[in-house]
Ligand binder design. Structure first.
Ligand code: AMP
Ligand code: ZN
Ligand code: ZN
Length: 410
């Protein structure tokens, strides 16, 4: 009797495992997967501006009408979401700058110490841990040693390197003999984001920056062809967020909402953050801000931030979160009105559902389906796709298999 029970238990366990395990893909893994970020490429720039190379890749591969970024729609939180599959509240890079709630240390875009970043496992670490070489020609977080390792090839961020120099730098690594060559690479361009901030999303200069970024991808494709890698390379081309017009005449000032000496201002721009100084009552403070807030500003205690923004679970998020409507910013009056003269006329960070915050997603190459247009997809699902394309087991994350099912060739 005991033997039958044991056999039945084994059968049941087998059935259970078979029902849970679905192969990500039956196709061979990518020989070379290149993840490219065009910082600030709004989803509609593909049609709005001249981008022949990207258009061809989109038509030949998989193109999402729009990719929804994570909140806040800022560069560092979203780049880390793209490569970890975790929402910012879970990977802990909750802004481009924020504070450690315990020791008050400030994170900014120069901080490389592992403790800031170790809330997530980026795909280059997943790859290296599973025996694949990775190369990062820039990506937020790639300069930091995590779980005792780095990508085999990486480079400290140097903003002044031009787009062609970045492409050529990556091509040098990709030109290594097959046994040394990375299987996963990242590449990052920021010139389009810079133009969007300085000239706004509708300016001809921004259109020019789209054309330049497009030409840089063309240069990469040519360089791959010269090295015999064009047909082997699968590309995932994304952006971190879109871009909205804004300006110094659509600014809400902290000084008009609260007594600034009572708080630490932990975030400014489309999303503000406020932490009361010791001894200042949080409920009284938030009630005061609410009484003075204009209609363009939503005022939340961290635990009241709407579910759909997924922005509560980290104590790196300020206790009071101020969310501006599209085009509006919250700022300190310090340095004003001089600062108004150079204030950005384009920006990002607003609610990810805002049409202007939509990002780019294209996947093109031998491991991806051809000629497929897919609907709006959240950027938490990209990590699963990268892992599946390389045959890697993903670390736990907030995404699921939907992009794998939609984009990967079977
Ligand atoms: P944002 O302020 O959200 O528009 O951030 C965009 C800026 O982030 C770029 O213009 C770069 O200067 C900066 N950035 C991007 N990647 C890195 C990096 N790995 N290290 C430091 N800064 C970076
Ligand atoms: Zn960005
Ligand atoms: Zn930006």
């Amino acid at each position: 009797m005991k033997r039958y029970t044991a056999a039945f238990a084994l059968l049941l366990a087998g059935l259970l495992i078979a029902s849970c395990w679905t192969p990500a893909s039956r196709a061979a893994p990518a020989e070379l997967l290149i993840l490219i970020s065009l910082d600030g490429f709004r989803w509609d720039y593909l049609d709005k501006y001249d981008a022949p190379v990207l258009k061809r890749l989109a038509a030949d591969g998989v193109h999402a009408t729009r990719m929804t970024p994570s909140f806040p729609a800022k560069t560092f939180p979203n780049h880390y979401t793209l490569v970890t599959g975790l929402r910012p509240e879970h990977h802990g890079i909750v802004g481009n700058w924020f504070y450690d709630p315990v020791d008050g240390a400030k994170f900014d875009m120069e901080q490389l110490a592992p403790h800031w970043w170790q809330g997530g496992e980026p795909v280059w670490i997943t790859a290296e841990k599973q025996g694949l070489r990775a190369a990062c020609f820039f990506w937020p977080g790639s300069e930091t040693e995590l779980q005792g390792c780095h990508a085999t090839f990486f480079k400290p961020f140097v903003k002044k390197l031009t787009n062609p120099e970045r492409v050529d730098g990556l091509l040098t690594w990709l030109g290594l003999p097959p046994a040394e060559r990375p299987r996963l690479a990242t590449l990052y361009f920021n010139t389009l984001d810079d133009a969007g901030h300085k000239y706004g999303p509708d300016a001809p200069e921004t259109g020019g920056a789209v054309r330049e970024a497009d030409a840089a991808i063309g240069r990469l494709l040519d360089g791959l062809a010269v090295r015999g890698l064009r047909e082997k390379a699968s590309l995932v081309i994304v952006s971190d967020h879109g871009m909205s017009p804004c300006g110094p005449d659509q600014v809400i000032f902290f000084e008009d909402l609260l007594t600034v000496s009572q708080v630490r201002i932990e975030a400014t721009g489309p999303v503000g953050g406020v932490r009361p100084n010791p001894g200042v009552d949080l409920a009284t403070l938030v009630a005061g801000i609410r009484a003075k807030a204009p209609p363009q500003l939503q005022v939340y205690l961290r635990e009241e931030v709407p579910d759909r923004l997924h922005y509560r679970a980290s104590d790196r998020i300020a206790p009071i979160v101020l969310v501006c409507d599209d085009h509006w910013n919250v700022e300190s009056k310090a340095g004003w009105p001089e600062r108004a003269r150079t204030y950005n006329i384009g920006s990002h960070g607003w609610d990810p559902a805002t049409p202007n915050m939509g990002a780019l997603f294209i996947a093109s190459g031998p491991v991806f389906r051809r000629g497929v247009e897919i609907p709006d997809v959240e950027n938490i699902h990209v990590y699963h796709l990268l892992c599946a394309a390389l045959g890697l087991a993903p670390a736990p994350n907030d995404g699921d298999q939907r992009l794998v099912r939609a984009a990967l060739r079977r």
